[in-house]
Design a protein around this ligand. Structure first.
Ligand code: FES
Length: 212
């Protein structure tokens, strides 16, 4: 995460859907401009690290998972689940230094998604209690490209008054336009549209609101 002004350090960010990383394998992703590797160990637990070998910078996502270690594709250094290098094939008798350690991130797998946090998580990852509804159905979508500002997308997801017009026959009908208001919030939409910008991220969108 190169741009600290995004203030994402304490946020849980989605990296990929769980099914994107098979057991015993590794995959590379980009989150907030940072290359990330997700790999699964022998019990299929997901590990989320910077996709960067501390030796010469090769992408660990191109390496090989061997039970509870991942080996770099360049010189074969292998790392345990804590990120510590355990073996240097070109010098097998050498005990790797503590500094030979991959950068690991806090991570959790929940709601069919692998999540990560660049810093210390600011809150528990439990914002989707509906997942516990018996016989409920959760649908995880693949990443979508949206040509809009992030606040505009969030506003659209919260707005139900357009259902009866834009999504007729799918989510709404002309005969049922009324939305019951249970609580009202103030959204400074005019300011958001003027000041916000969105930049690309394969795993989602990233918004910025200009400082005033
Ligand atoms: S770059 Fe990874 S072992 Fe050399």
């Amino acid at each position: 995460m190169r741009d600290e002004s995004l203030s994402l350090a304490g946020e849980w960010l989605p990296v990929c859907n769980s099914e994107d990383v098979p057991a015993g394998d590794a995959r590379g992703f980009i989150v907030a401009d940072e290359r990330i590797v997700v790999w699964r160990d022998s019990i299929a637990a997901a590990h989320v690290w910077r996709d960067y070998c501390p030796h010469r910078g090769a992408q660990l996502s191109l390496g090989t998972v061997m039970r509870d270690q991942i080996a770099c594709p360049y010189h074969g250094w292998s790392y345990d689940v804590e990120g510590q290098c355990l073996r240097i094939p070109s010098n097998p008798s050498l005990r790797p230094s503590k500094r030979a350690c991959a950068m690991t991130f806090a991570s959790e797998e929940k709601y069919g998604v692998v999540w990560m946090c660049f810093g210390k998580p600011a809150y528990a990852l439990d914002f989707f209690p509906e997942a516990a509804i018996p016989n409920g159905r959760r649908i995880n979508l693949a990443p979508q490209t949206v040509r809009s500002s992030a606040p505009r997308v969030v506003e659209n997801f919260l707005d139900m008054a357009h259902f009866s017009f834009v999504h007729v026959g799918i989510l709404g009908e002309h005969a049922h336009t009324e939305c019951r208001i249970t609580r009202s919030l103030r959204f400074p939409m005019a300011d958001w549209r003027r000041d916000s910008a969105v930049t690309g991220s394969p795993q989602g969108f990233r918004g910025r609101v200009a400082a005033r």
